[in-house]
Design a protein around this ligand. Structure first.
Ligand code: SF4
Length: 345
């Protein structure tokens, strides 16, 4: 929902100011699915709003639910016929997190990522980004799913810092107490390393979590896995992160997808530790290890034992490190698996 447009429409319809409060409380607080459910509004106003400004700029095409019920993946239609994917996850019994997309496809082309194989179609608007959260809130209400959706991660399709303006506007909407009211510390934005935007992000959103999609500790290996490393190499990334730490003084999370025989060897772990040593204080750097989720790429997942050895080397190097649980693998909704296939078009 575009709050600015709806407020302007209410004014144009001659409605008093408190009508907007009624709309926003119903939409963001009660997660109503249609204007018709906002019965405190005059019927004519409800009709006029529904005609001009649909509550959601995205429409459900399909939702898949994982066998354990802890991951839900939605394919959403956009107004121009494009499709985007978004995921709702339940990492613990009472907590829900949504993984949202910022673009249709992605130009970064990480070799292990299904989205990267699609190429970039376009960036999403701020409304299309935040409406993914609204969609899941409405979905949880309709399905009577217990618990609260109060964590948002920008780790779906796309590189968020390639469309910084749209992402920045969407973050303001999510944090705004009069709209979504999600705590900034409950939001994470993940970038594959658009260095010039990192320090800016630290200044604009010092309370929002930053994650770096890293995957290698040497330029040679990283350029092979994350081609954008040619534009912003590890030295440039380290400098940007030092600037970020200086302005935000926040913990940084590093995502490292473990690929069998490619970046999961002890020497790869040691290279990573050496690079991290040049970034900042150890207590501010956290390495999330992700066992590769099978995609239509030539890579293979690392063995569990190799993942543990890698983690031990991180810990021995003085860095906090966790092996992330992979929810939603069975519905292709886990990290790196989001893609719009031809059959879905
Ligand atoms: S991992 Fe992220 S940045 Fe890389 S191709 Fe996939 S969506 Fe793009």
């Amino acid at each position: 929902m575009d709050a600015v447009q709806v407020q302007a429409a209410l004014t144009a319809l001659g409605q008093p100011k408190f009508r907007w409060d009624q709309v926003r409380q119903a939409v963001f607080g009660q997660a109503v699915s249609s204007y018709d459910e906002i019965t405190v509004l005059p019927a004519e106003t409800r009709r006029a709003l529904a005609e001009k400004f649909p509550l959601l700029s995205v429409r459900e095409r399909r939702v898949d639910v994982s066998g354990d019920g802890r991951a839900h993946k939605a394919l959403l239609d956009l107004a121009d016929g494009r499709i985007v994917e978004t995921v709702l996850l339940r990492p613990s019994p009472t907590r829900w997190t949504t993984c949202i997309s910022s673009q249709v496809g992605c130009a970064v082309a990480c070799t292990f990522c299904a989205t990267g194989l699609m190429g970039l179609t376009r960036s999403l608007t701020p409304e299309e980004i935040t409406d993914q959260v609204l969609f899941w809130r409405q979905y949880m209400m309709k399905k009577a799913l217990p618990g609260r959706l109060d964590n948002v991660v920008y780790m779906g399709m796309g590189e968020p810092f390639a469309c910084y303006d749209q992402v920045s506007t969407s973050l303001k909407i999510l944090i705004d107490q009069k709209q979504f009211g999600i705590g900034a510390r409950h939001i994470s934005v993940s970038t594959s390393g658009v260095a010039p935007k990192i320090a800016l992000f630290g200044r604009d959103f010092p309370q929002v979590n930053l994650a770096i999609s890293l995957h290698a500790g040497t330029d040679e290996l990283r350029t092979r896995l994350v081609p954008m490393n040619k534009a912003f190499n590890l030295a440039a990334l380290a400098q940007a992160l030092r600037d970020y730490i200086q302005s935000a003084n926040r913990k940084i999370f590093f995502e490292y997808v473990l690929l069998k025989g490619e970046n999961d060897r002890p020497e790869d772990a040691d290279a990573l530790v050496r690079w991290l040593d040049g970034v900042g204080p150890k207590e501010l750097l956290h390495v999330n290890l992700i066992v590769f989720n099978q995609t239509n790429t030539p890579h293979q997942p690392t063995d569990e034992n190799d993942a543990r050895v890698f983690q031990q080397r991180m810990l021995a190097g003085g860095y906090k490190s966790t092996v992330r649980q992979n929810l939603g693998r069975d519905i292709d909704g886990a990290c790196g698996q989001l893609v719009v296939l031809e059959k879905d078009q």
